[in-house]
Design a protein around this ligand. Sequence first.
Ligand code: TRP
Length: 446
Amino acid sequence: MAQGRFHNKIGTFAAIAGSVVGLGNIWRFPYLAGDNGGFAFLIVYLIVSLLVSAPVMLSEFSIGRSQRCNAMRAFRNISSGPWFLIGFLGVATAYVIDSFYMVVGGWSLKFLQLSVTNAFQSLSADEVAHTFSSFIADGSSTVLWSESTLIIATLVILLGVSGGIERFNKVLMPTLLLLLIVLAINSVFFLPDSSKGIEFLFKPDFSKISYETVLKAMGQSFFSLSLGMGAMLTYSAYMPAKQNLPKTAFSIVAFDTIIAIISGLAIFPAVFSFGVDPSAGPQLLFITMPAIFGQITGGHFLSILFFLLVFFAASTSQVSLLEVVTAYISEELGIKRRKAALLIFATMSITGGMCALSQTGSDTFVFFGMSLFDIFDYASSNFMLPIGGLLIVIFAGWVMPKRILHAQLTNGAEDESITFKGLRFLIRFIAPIFVALMFLNLIGLF
Ligand code: TRP
């Protein structure tokens, strides 16, 4: 039995939102949208999110809330045979992702400190690039900052499901939204030529939409919604019994997309206003943006808000990754949550530290020319997540007894409504086919 429960609907929503809103929303979605048809991409993104991602999320919710235990045991309870391996894969994926996610969390914390000391004042982009590269090349410093984020996440876990996770997200998520809105208002209304950025983000270009774009949108939606690795499953084990699952899933999709769009509005008007090339990933967050803050009025203050935002986004996601592993270790080894959390802290300090060190530019923890950080990133997003997601929907649609899905999706209603039939159809047919195509595309076979 899960060792904890979220108190209410708002807390549950905040916790799930905390998991899904992460770096994917800030450093990937806006660029992907701008680069792939703007408003046209957004429409495609929403369609695949509703038809493919939401059903996968509902599958995870149903498995998790019906069993109220960690990912591996949930599969084992429902069905004998090798299906428990899906849960095991999920736990392993969470571990792998967290090992490199904590490193990026560390970067954001370091950049928050640099913002507070106004270190970007009047620096050129090249100078900021130099600051960033010398920081990640300094092993002891990156390890230290990464470990700090792990300590924070572990403390939240130690405080418990409701007293820690729920409370942390209930404070951080509204703050995150507020920070983002302030930054977006500043970019849109107070920077010269901000309309160019808005145009980049939204100008519809339907000619850019191909099957490739659809699969890209799906990959992004999948990652952004934290699917395929038991994170949603683990949190749903703590959900109130009365929570309406379809409503929750669709509002999470909406919220996650809105955050991604507002991130775009905070970032791209600034980027275009300064005539810099738009980009994605670490370059955008840790080079382009600080350089812009170094030039604009109020940049000192705005950069603090910005890196606070990035840190909150990363930290709330990190907590959910850690919880997947904590629930598993504590229930399977039959030890207290606290003990499990400390055990994980000890091992994750090592693997995360190795990921941080693999980025320093020396040969430490570099295998076949790829850093451990990149290997973990690549393996999780290209293999572990899509395979996990595919197996989860197949399990929920074809292996798990229909009555469990029905009871979870309708909260125990008598009849099979048309909504239930529709959702079950998506879970059984549409989602598996599209997730399989996405996987084949990711590994270059389609
Ligand atoms: N959704 C997160 C983001 O947008 C990343 C992520 C993927 C994640 N899978 C996860 C976070 C599992 C927490 C748990 O950045």
